[in-house]
Design a protein around this ligand. Structure first.
Ligand SMILES: *Cc1c(COP(=O)(O)O)cnc(C)c1O
Length: 469
């Protein structure tokens, strides 16, 4: 039997067992929506343990001392922090409140790193007071930190964010070049106030080769810092560890081919014939590579075995020879399998020119990341009491913001048994970024609630009751 809903060019989601259990119980889903509103973010963090284990096993195979910090910006729930810490991981925080909430959750200072791109004075002070490592981005920030350090009376722990000078790596706004950091640290007063614990970088994209190059550069900088009298102990390679939302490589290739073959203006696959940034039949770089073959442990293992320098030493050997711990800050890949978003169908109608549309009680910031679209097919849960008779057909999902381009997803979907107000649409695997990274409460529509599955069933995550000021 075909699914009740699928992309006109199909991209079938990989589901976790907890998702299958939940979707097999549409009555429960309806009850949750009635109680907590639409859309609703549902979490089960058990898959995070598997994701962590895959990474750790790859590091252990190379005898590398290894630690994982969950990038909190990828999912705001406190349940995600609890799960990471219960598994012995740390948390990478990107703002005062992200840090403050972790500290109040009793995450130990040693299991935290502050990587915020712009750091408020309140954030610098809190990190110094609690002895949390700060990843330094620039000289102005470092000078402000030195002022805070002078008032605190103790040395401040920092990692230096390294910007590569390798010509194969794109220019970055983040961090400084190695020689800029060495120059900054030449002053004795600065060296006395700052304890340089490690080197940090984070790259765009998912290239293992580029990360091997940066690891090599980081270790070269560590050698220079040791010569200047510092004692760095780790290299933190940031995030960008790939995962795969889809199981079927052929579907992924066929989707891009079908899109490339469409005549201009043809809306049979996407709204207004959107190419999603593609040029020809290759996957667009404007979307996340939703299908990937080399992921997590295998991807990390390859990097550790790479020999990026001239001396034929592998990354693992270079780390081990220096007694350096490797750290990483995965967001998306740790949250793989941990979330799902449910939304209720508000109406079905046609655009003024007859194109069928399906309105959801949801807006487009509630399933969106920096990727041009979420290329995973949602799942339809039929209501036992639809408002109208369902008529087989296809259409686009639109949302609540008063904008013509308010599409929940840009792809067209088939509904072989129809769809009606009162039905539910489930977006699988939205736990990494898709729920939270750009969600907004525009039009005074409240943010979605967040639930987590515990031993007693579905419970609210405490993040929704926290008021920021
Ligand atoms: C966003 C970010 C991460 C997480 O990236 P993922 O792609 O989710 O793994 C890690 N570190 C830093 C500094 C980041 O900005």
């Amino acid at each position: 039997m075909p699914p009740l809903m699928y992309g006109t060019a199909q991209l079938t989601a990989r589901l976790e067992p907890w998702m299958e259990d939940l979707l097999a119980d549409p009555l429960l889903c309806q009850e949750l929506i009635k109680q907590y509103g639409s859309p609703l973010n549902l979490h089960d963090f058990t898959p995070m343990s598997r994701n962590i284990t895959e990474l750790r096993e790859a590091a252990a195979e190379h005898d590398v001392d290894f630690q994982i910090y969950l990038a909190r910006k990828a999912n705001k729930t406190l349940g995600a922090i609890d799960q990471a810490v219960a598994q012995g991981c740390g948390v990478d925080v990107a703002s005062f409140h992200e840090l403050d909430q972790c500290l109040k959750r009793e995450v130990p200072a040693d299991l935290l790193i502050v990587t915020a791109a712009v750091k408020s004075s309140a954030l610098l002070k809190l990190a110094v007071e609690k002895n949390v490592v700060l990843s330094l981005d620039n000289v102005d920030e470092a000078l402000e930190l030195l002022d805070v350090a002078a008032q605190s009376g103790h040395r401040v722990r920092v990692a230096l964010r390294l910007a590569s000078t390798n010509p194969t790596i794109a220019p970055t706004r983040f961090g400084l070049r190695a020689e800029q950091w060495l120059e900054f640290l030449r002053s004795e007063e600065r060296t006395e106030s700052l304890e340089v614990c490690g080197i940090h970088f984070h790259l765009n994209g998912y290239s293992g080769e580029q990360r091997a190059v940066l690891l090599h550069e980081s270790l070269t900088l560590i050698d220079a810092l040791r010569n200047q009298g510092h004692a760095p102990q780790f290299v933190d390679m940031g995030g960008g560890i790939p995962m795969s939302y889809l199981d079927d490589a052929a579907q992924w290739a066929e989707f891009w081919k079908a899109l490339a073959d469409l005549p201009e203006g043809d809306e049979s696959l996407t709204w207004k014939s959107d190419r999603l940034g593609a040029n020809g039949s290759q996957p667009s770089s404007a979307v996340y590579p939703y299908y990937q073959q080399l992921i997590r442990g295998e991807w990390l293992g390859r990097i550790l075995g790479t020999t990026p320098g001239e001396d034929n030493q592998s990354v693992a050997q270079m780390l081990n020879e220096r007694g350096i711990q490797l750290r990483c800050e995965p967001g998306r890949t740790l949250l793989d399998g941990c979330g799902l978003t449910l939304a209720e169908v508000a109406f079905t109608k046609t655009r003024s020119d007859g194109v069928p549309i399906v309105g959801l009680h949801m807006n487009r910031t509630q399933c969106r990341s920096t990727s041009a679209d979420f290329l995973v097919d949602p799942i339809l849960l039929q209501s036992a009491t639809p408002r109208r008779e369902r008529i087989p057909g296809s259409g686009f999902l639109v949302g609540a913001y008063c904008i013509e381009e308010e599409l929940i997803l840009r792809r067209r979907f088939e509904f072989p048994q129809g769809i009606a107000a009162g039905d539910l649409v489930a977006f699988p695997n939205t736990g990494g970024y898709l729920m939270h990274i750009i969600e907004s409460a525009s039009h005074q529509l409240p943010l979605a609630n967040n639930l987590r599955r515990g031993s007693q069933g579905w419970v609210r995550d405490d993040i929704d009751s926290m008021i920021l000021s």
